[in-house]
Design a protein around this ligand. Structure first.
Ligand code: CP3
Length: 349
């Protein structure tokens, strides 16, 4: 049985346009908060396959999305490379000992060894594969990783940042070290995604959430080419597994024709015009997106955007999504409204 979401990613005509939401498993759902409380904290939840699988399934049952995204975090990779991840309440992720030198990088655990340590992720996938197959429905499971650049920003800054000054200082004054970090992370991501595929995911998404921090003329050199390298590796082994690339905030890179690579779906962020993206990329890639997530605060604003997106894309070579993640204070009713409006305009029965 072929899954509609997988077919849509591969550019095949489908009965309706599938919809899912980035960060759909999370804090806006009271049911998520209950499982997280039960697990103790967010990282413990990521390490508990039964619980992680159960919160992956929640948005399918509660908001009715057409695909599930594995519950874990992009930062488990640097954590297992030896960087000691913690989440400080109200402050987000922290690494106690950020990378400042080649010696710091040399101390980290590399490729195969690091990917071998992520067994809890593969165990979560195996549980989900079994559960989704038992449901006998057509729900695809999306696995994911962070782009090497986005992961490197946390590894170098030690936390989230508004200025990226430490990464950028390295980019301009010691590019060789930054490339060494990016190469090392790229190797882990390749093997990690391969293991996710072997465990049972149907689709890969690569999140380059902090792409916009790089000036457009440097974006290929410091991020995109590493993402494309990951695609080449995965496509050479698993040509039928679709890959979604989501670089957030790269309008100038798209406009100037910078996008290339062996992948299937381009995730359009909310700051980029869907019509422009269609014009530049629509023949080569299926487009995913791109409602501004804050429209979810208002049902009328949501309907307006869903209809406009449907008018632009015409139900072809498109996957409905937000243009970045759903925020924790969005009413669940409004998330359901978004999903059902996408399904209404695209004729899902
Ligand atoms: O539903 C899903 O999309 C699957 C789960 C998922 C999480 N993180 C769970 C999570 C996914 C796909 C991610 C990806 C992720 N993590 C990204 C890329 C996507 C994006 O939004 O740009 C990034 C940059 C991270 C790093 C990260 N993880 C940050 C900055 C934070 C704290 C900020 C925040 O959103 O609160 C996290 C924590 C995190 N990851 C939470 C969840 C549900 C919240 C933790 C909690 O429950 O307290």
């Amino acid at each position: 049985m072929s899954k509609i979401f997988v077919d849509a990613c591969l550019g095949k005509e489908t009965e309706y346009t599938p919809v899912w939401m980035m960060r759909q498993a999370g804090r806006y759902l009271p049911e998520y908060m209950a499982v997280r409380a039960d697990a103790g904290d967010f990282l413990s939840l990521c390490h508990a396959p039964q619980k992680a699988a159960s919160v992956t399934i929640q948005p399918l049952d509660i908001v009715g999305v057409d695909a599930a995204i594995l519950f874990t975090d992009i930062l488990v990779i640097p954590d297992e490379m030896g960087m000691d991840l913690s989440f400080v309440k109200g402050e987000g992720p922290k690494f106690s000992d950020p990378l400042t030198s080649q010696a710091d990088l040399d101390r980290l655990i590399g490729g195969k060894e690091a990917s071998d340590k992520l067994t809890y992720v593969y165990d979560t996938i195996k549980l989900l594969r079994k559960e989704l197959d038992e449901r006998g429905d057509e729900i695809a499971l999306i696995g994911f990783a962070g782009a090497p650049w986005t992961l490197a920003t946390y590894m170098i800054e030690g936390q989230g940042t508004k200025t990226y000054n430490l990464c950028k200082k390295m980019m301009y004054s010691n590019p060789e070290l930054l490339h060494n970090i990016l190469r090392e992370v790229t190797e882990v991501v390749k093997l990690y995604m391969e293991r996710q595929i072997e465990a049972g995911i149907d689709v890969v998404q690569i999140f380059d959430s902090w792409a916009a921090a790089i000036e457009p003329s440097k974006y290929d050199e410091f991020s995109w080419k590493y993402m494309v390298e990951i695609c080449d590796y995965l496509k050479s082994k698993y040509p039928n597994i679709p890959i979604i690339m989501f670089p957030k905030g790269v309008t100038p890179f798209i406009e100037r024709g910078g996008v290339y690579g062996n992948f299937d779906v381009f995730g359009v962020d909310w700051g980029t015009s869907m019509a422009m993206a269609k014009d530049k990329l629509g023949d080569k890639y299926v487009l995913q997106g791109n409602m501004e997530p804050c429209r979810l605060y208002d049902q009328k604003a949501t309907t307006e955007c869903v209809e406009a997106l449907h008018d632009i894309m015409g139900g072809k070579r498109h996957i409905f999504n937000l243009g970045h993640g759903i925020l924790p204070d969005v009413p669940v009713e409004n998330a359901k409204h978004f999903v059902s409006e996408c399904q209404r305009v695209s004729g899902k029965k």
